[in-house]
Design a protein around this ligand. Structure first.
Ligand code: AMP
Ligand code: TRP
Length: 327
């Protein structure tokens, strides 16, 4: 039996190369080895304000980007979270086993609520309960995500363990699968901050659908450091980030990269990085355009994905309800 993988991305904005290198590209690489479920987590997106028309569009866009990146619906199940009601049902139940104190300690909640100040929704605080439900519904073994989601996966384990100890073995305990490289791509404008969908400064992120000219301009303006050495040196976060992006798009190893750029200037490095990204994204962008030209096909794939996972999710919810005496 193959191990089960579950992961998702929020359709809350444009996907960037951090989402790609930290998450989606790795899902594609793991696809053969595992039994995979990939979700467009639209219910998570509404924890912050969304425009209804744009949200609906973004949900399809994210699904198309999964497929365009190489997720194969023959090998992986792809669906939209709100199409499977069991997610909200289990999230509610898990709520009742999650101390508020655990939720208040989540770094992502603290950061997002500090940014929003007024109007922080209860959903934003509760976000990790829904994520735990996503993962636990499918008896997931592994959760491939970027570094920022590690704490949420740990909370998922904690609530699963708590439930299991109260009611007997019910949930499998999942583990986060975080890459050594690419798990935290930094902003181009400020390499001390993680590249993020919600950051609006132009030049902060490279989006998966950016044109070659946009990519060249953004990389040309990326913040670098004083000095001229081109090395994987964490003391030089701007250069480090560009080198890591280059490494992940080209597959060349770190020593080779350093020797190839020895004695060269930052300008040359930047041109090479821009080219690597443009070439890396080209096939993805082509496939994306084809997929978006046939909305009925995409819609049918998503309906099929939801139909495939629904029975698995409902089985878990039924077991949980029986154990706690509901119904
Ligand atoms: P989100 O944008 O929060 O929906 O994240 C979707 C996936 O991309 C999650 O697995 C994140 O951990 C991952 N991710 C988001 N931002 C980055 C980043 N800057 N570097 C690497 N992975 C990231
Ligand atoms: N919280 C994740 C993020 O923002 C998205 C997500 C929701 C997720 N549910 C999940 C990731 C379940 C992995 C597994 O990146």
């Amino acid at each position: 039996m193959k191990k089960r993988v579950f992961s998702g991305v929020q359709p809350s904005g444009d996907l960037h190369i951090g989402n790609y290198l930290g998450a989606i590209k790795r899902w594609v690489a793991l696809q053969e080895e595992y039994d995979n479920i990939f979700c467009v987590v639209d219910l998570h997106a509404i924890t912050t304000p969304q425009d209804p028309k744009i949200l609906k569009q973004k949900i399809r866009e994210v699904a198309a980007l999964y497929l365009a990146s190489g997720i194969d619906p023959q090998k992986s199940k792809v669906f939209v979270q709100s199409h499977v009601l069991a997610h909200t049902e289990l999230a509610w139940i898990l709520n009742c086993f999650l101390p508020v104190g655990w939720m208040m300690r989540m770094t992502q909640f603290k950061e997002k609520s500090a940014k929003q100040r007024q109007q922080v929704s209860t959903g934003l605080l509760d976000y990790p309960a829904l994520m735990a439900a996503d993962i636990l519904l499918y008896q997931t073994d592994l959760v491939p995500v970027g570094e920022d989601q590690k704490q949420h996966v740990e909370l998922t384990r904690d609530v699963a363990q708590r439930f299991n100890s109260l009611y007997g073995e019910t949930f499998k305990l999942p583990a986060a699968l975080i890459a050594k490289e690419g798990a935290r791509i930094m902003g181009l404008d400020d390499p001390t901050k993680k590249m993020s969908k919600s950051e609006t400064a132009t030049g902060h992120a490279i989006y998966l659908l950016d044109s070659p000219d946009e990519i060249k301009t953004k990389i040309a303006h990326a913040t670098t450091d004083s000095g001229q050495e081109i090395k994987f040196d964490l003391q030089k976060p701007g250069i480090y980030n560009l080198l890591e992006i280059y490494q992940l798009f080209t597959g060349v190893d770190r020593h080779e990269i350093e020797s190839a750029f020895a004695g060269k200037g930052y300008g040359e490095l930047k041109s090479a990085v821009a080219e690597a990204i443009i070439e890396g994204l080209r096939p993805l962008q082509q496939k994306y355009t084809e997929l978006m030209a046939d909305p009925a096909y995409l819609e049918s794939l998503l309906a099929q994905g939801a139909d495939q996972v629904r029975p698995l999710a409902e089985k878990t919810v039924q077991e949980v309800k029986n154990k706690i005496g509901l119904g």
